[in-house]
Design a binder for this molecule. Structure first.
Ligand code: FPP
Length: 251
């Protein structure tokens, strides 16, 4: 069933206390789908399906709060270890989601992007994402970034290989290498680093997510399982962020 998205008009209504310090880039590890389903005596995949409804709610809220980038950990390089039917189910969800919501996303000026190794994904997943990227490339509202077949160590190794090739080919000197240059080789090149990381589902770990990019990110963990995560907790995380002092190693 389609959950109503957000009319253009609504997205222009400001959220009262959130007009000052809203994180520009929020990254989310959406954990707890399997457990959510299990506690209801349902198959794990029912949790992933319900997880998509949470995505819809949170994207809608992010648009309203004028968040600039929302990166969602959708499928990790380690998720290939799961049973094949579960993998297939998860990888069908982007297409399903986009076939329903792309028009709403376009109407709300959302731009779709993806980070990760897209080559190994099934063609239907890749095509759905690429089509959405193309259709939304000129939008300048929320950047909705799906981490798909994403693994941070893989990303860093890949970046190093490409970078050393460029150095060998004389594009620049090793001495000229700095953090900014290296960042340009990551999937997230040109993207602001996350200001806030949210992880649902009670685990306190990063699970190979954005290891380079999260160096100075504020973390917020909750026991709430992703399908139960709502706008209320999202706003709570934003409120916690608002009261954090970011010193970046300074005083
Ligand atoms: C973690 O929960 C969740 C995932 C590995 C998949 C999340 C993917 C989606 C919700 C689909 C997104 C699709 C779109 C719209 C792009 P888990 O299964 O590890 O939960 P558990 O820890 O309770 O087992």
């Amino acid at each position: 069933m389609k959950i109503p998205f957000l009319s253009k008009k609504q997205s222009e209504v400001p959220v009262p206390y959130l007009n000052d310090i809203v994180p520009e880039h929020i990254a989310i590890i959406m954990d707890g789908n399997g457990r959510w389903a299990k506690t209801r005596g349902m198959p794990r995949v029912a949790g992933h399906k319900e997880g998509v409804s949470t995505i819809v709610k949170i994207v809608k809220k992010a648009v309203k709060c004028k968040v600039k980038v929302l990166t969602l950990y959708t499928f990790s390089t380690e998720n290939w270890k799961r049973p094949k039917p579960e993998i297939e189910f998860i990888l069908k969800l982007p297409k399903e989601f986009l076939s329903i919501y792309l028009p709403d996303l376009i109407a709300n000026n959302v731009r779709i992007e993806a980070v990760g190794d897209m080559e190994r994904l099934p063609a239907h997943t890749r095509k759905a994402i690429e089509y959405a990227m193309e259709r939304t490339q000129n939008n300048d509202g929320l950047l909705l970034n799906f981490a798909l077949n994403y693994g941070s160590r893989h990303e860093i190794l890949n970046a190093m290989k490409e970078m050393f090739l460029d150095i060998n080919n004389g594009k620049f000197l090793l001495e000229e290498l700095d953090e900014q240059k290296f960042s340009g080789y990551l999937y997230t090149a040109g993207m602001k680093e996350p200001d806030l990381l949210i992880r649902t589902g009670g685990e306190i770990r990063l699970s190979n997510f954005l290891l380079w990019q999260l160096a100075y990110t504020e973390f917020w963990f909750t026991d709430i399982l992703w399908p139960d995560f709502s706008e209320k907790e999202f706003l709570q995380a934003l409120e916690v962020y608002r009261n954090r002092k970011r010193r970046y190693g300074g005083l």
